[in-house]
Design a protein around this ligand. Structure first.
Ligand code: PLP
Length: 392
């Protein structure tokens, strides 16, 4: 299989890089995007061809950066169900509410997509040791795909990360560093190790390929909706790769003529205890300030400063979307509302979506007939120890 990648391009300054180079951020400190020869993809692939392919994210192979199929490290990630939320929809008076159930991915979250892609590509480029700081799910996925691909992994996570994540990375054979503070502090500890040892940095948006895996959520949604995108996508946002990746997918699909220019309004959901993107969006800023003293049970949303903040804010603006901060005390009840009405036990990040939807209805941002997608990004099972005190 040939790769359709044309070049790597800085998302801020536009500087171009050789697609075969092993790279992290641009010289200017910004994330790098993969650019494809979309016109060539258009001549080689018809959307009808997809139905004959495997039900995983690699069915969108032409839109992914691997050169050789033998380098793909896969555990069946992607092609997750898109479910009509009949009960929740009825409760809210919404006629077209859907859930994208990412909880069933390998390792229990959407992070599997990005890390399957990034670790496969890193391996293809000769990397043997990967590292990243994590709030939990990314670390689990990274360690699992590294194990499957025969790479070594070094994972740093805050000490208060739920114990399921700690145990799983240890079991996958990763070396783990526990740190005080947030994911930012975990990242700093890793940089110290990287100064002395050769660990490739897979931090969110600090290499080009995790985003490409996440992008498949957008292509998949389009395919599942017969290439008619929904009106609104509601997404729990930390580092922002889901939001940015889906937007990239929609732009690529538009460029090859598989969808029209009607794109969803994208909504970033954060917790009141750590809402840098919501604050920056409300203040009309182009980038976000670091959030001081970040606190929320939704560990994946405890990202006080994101390298892709300006990209998230751009997506929200371009899509006529919005950003919503959810009260901390509604996150756990949100988990219960979704679980008891739709039968899916989700993580606190997804619990926040319930309260966000209420706010969006009150603000009349969404209307009764809108096609709305809630992204259930991760399973609740790994958070049992951190949330059990709210129940028992
Ligand atoms: C379950 C879950 N949802 C959402 C997020 C936020 O994702 P992103 O960093 O891509 O914005 C995370 C991140 O850890 C997560 O684990």
């Amino acid at each position: 299989m040939k790769s359709f990648v044309k070049e790597l391009e800085c998302s801020k300054c536009g500087k171009r890089y050789d697609p075969e180079s092993l790279i992290n951020l641009c010289e200017c400190g910004s994330p790098i995007f993969v650019r494809y020869d979309l016109q060539l993809i258009k001549t080689k692939l018809k959307k009808e061809d997809l139905s004959k392919r495997n039900s995983d994210m690699w069915r969108y192979r032409e839109f992914l950066p691997l050169i050789n199929d033998k380098n793909i490290i896969s555990m069946g990630e992607g092609f997750t169900p898109l479910l009509k939320a009949e009960n929740l929809g009825k409760y809210f008076g919404l006629e077209n509410l859907y859930l994208k159930d990412e909880t069933i991915n390998p390792t229990g979250s959407f992070k599997a997509r990005g890390l399957a892609c990034a670790i496969s590509r890193a391996k293809e480029l000769g990397v043997k040791k990967i590292s990243l700081p994590t709030a939990g799910n990314a670390g689990g996925a990274a360690a699992a795909y590294a194990a499957k691909g025969g790479l070594k992994s070094l994972i740093a996570m805050p000490e208060n990360t739920p114990s399921a994540f700690k145990l799983e990375v240890i079991n996958y054979g990763a070396e783990v560093i526990f740190t005080e503070g947030s994911i930012i502090d975990a990242g700093k500890k890793l940089s110290e190790r990287r100064e002395k040892e050769d660990w490739f940095d897979l931090s969110t948006l600090k290499e080009p390929y995790r985003l490409e895996g996440k992008k498949t959520m957008g292509i998949e949604l389009a395919e599942q909706l017969n290439w008619n995108l929904p009106d609104v996508i509601i997404y729990p946002t930390g580092g922002g790769t889901g939001l940015i990746g889906m937007w990239k997918a929609f732009n690529e699909l538009e460029q090859i003529g598989w969808i029209n220019s009607q794109k969803p309004r994208m909504v970033s959901v954060q917790a009141e205890g750590c809402a840098p993107i919501v604050k920056a969006f409300n203040e009309g800023k182009e980038k976000a300030e670091e959030w001081q003293n970040p606190k929320t049970i939704a560990a994946g949303l405890r990202v006080p400063k994101a390298v892709g903040d300006f990209l998230m804010l751009k997506v929200l603006k371009e899509s006529s979307g919005t950003a919503v901060a959810v009260p901390e005390n509604e996150i756990i009840s949100g988990i219960k509302e979704i679980a008891s009405r739709e039968g899916i036990f989700t993580s606190p990040e997804c619990g926040a979506l319930y309260s966000a939807l209420k706010i969006l209805i009150d603000k009349k941002f969404v209307k009764k007939t809108d096609k709305i997608i809630l992204f259930l990004t991760g399973s609740g099972f790994k958070y049992v120890d951190s949330i059990s005190s709210f129940y028992i």
